[in-house]
Design a protein around this ligand. Structure first.
Ligand SMILES: Nc1ncnc2c1ncn2[C@@H]1O[C@H](COP(=O)(O)OP(=O)(O)OP(=O)(O)O)[C@@H](O)[C@H]1O
Length: 201
């Protein structure tokens, strides 16, 4: 279980949120809501260890993440809002690259299957700069099918997806929750997922 206690985050002179506390148990999901600029992305980046909060603690499986940083990094999968893809690389190469950064063993057949399941047949070898916004998002999301993680931290994962891909992503998230995984995500949409918790910033 992930537990967040008394989290306060400042950007410049502005306090984005303060005293924020919640828990994310196994098999559960949380939607972070709020207007543009409220601090949703910042909160997810704090959880992923990419931004330091001003105050507060994060606890993973009962241990402060400061003391179990490696375990927490292995347990989480963070997909940022801005597609962190290399333009000159193909979808296949991008997946290989991101998994390589985490020293995760690469199974070529699994990479291909993940791309195909996200509807990227015949796009595997095309540089990402030639892909549409929705196709780029799908490349990013394909990591969900490859790199096992207990906690998914997803920043606007539904952005730019068409109806079919939206439904497929919901199925992927549902399957993850069914297996005891958990997810925290931002979205401006109403999501077709099982009832979850909601946090408004
Ligand atoms: N590195 C930074 N330095 C200064 N201000 C920042 C920095 N990063 C983010 N901010 C500011 O923090 C605020 C919150 O940004 P954030 O991206 O977390 O909002 P958000 O709720 O995700 O917005 P959106 O719905 O538009 O995606 C914004 O006003 C933003 O300009």
């Amino acid at each position: 279980m992930l537990a967040v206690a008394q989290l306060t985050c400042q950007r410049g002179a502005r306090t984005l949120f303060s005293g924020l506390s919640f828990t994310l148990p196994e098999g559960q999901w949380i939607q972070i809501q709020g207007p543009n600029g409220a601090g949703k992305t910042t909160l997810l980046r704090v959880l992923a260890g990419l931004v330091q909060p001003r105050e507060g603690t994060l606890t993973w499986q009962g241990q402060d993440v400061q003391e179990c940083r490696a375990e927490w990094q292995r347990a989480l999968l963070y997909l940022g809002h801005h597609a962190a893809l290399k333009e000159e690389l193909t979808p296949l190469e991008n997946l290989r690259f991101s998994l390589g950064l985490e020293a995760f063993p690469v199974d070529e057949a699994a990479l291909m299957e993940a791309l195909h399941r996200f509807g990227l047949q015949e796009r595997e070898h095309l540089p990402v700069r030639y892909l549409s916004a929705g196709q780029r998002r799908r490349v990013l999301l394909a990591r969900l099918l490859i790199r096992p993680a207990q906690v998914w931290i997803l920043d606007e994962p539904y952005t730019a997806l068409d109806t079919h891909a939206t439904q497929f992503l919901s199925t992927v998230i549902e399957d993850h929750l069914e297996r005891g995984g958990s997810a925290i995500l931002t979205s401006h949409q109403t999501l077709g997922l099982r009832p979850g918790m909601s946090i408004a910033l």
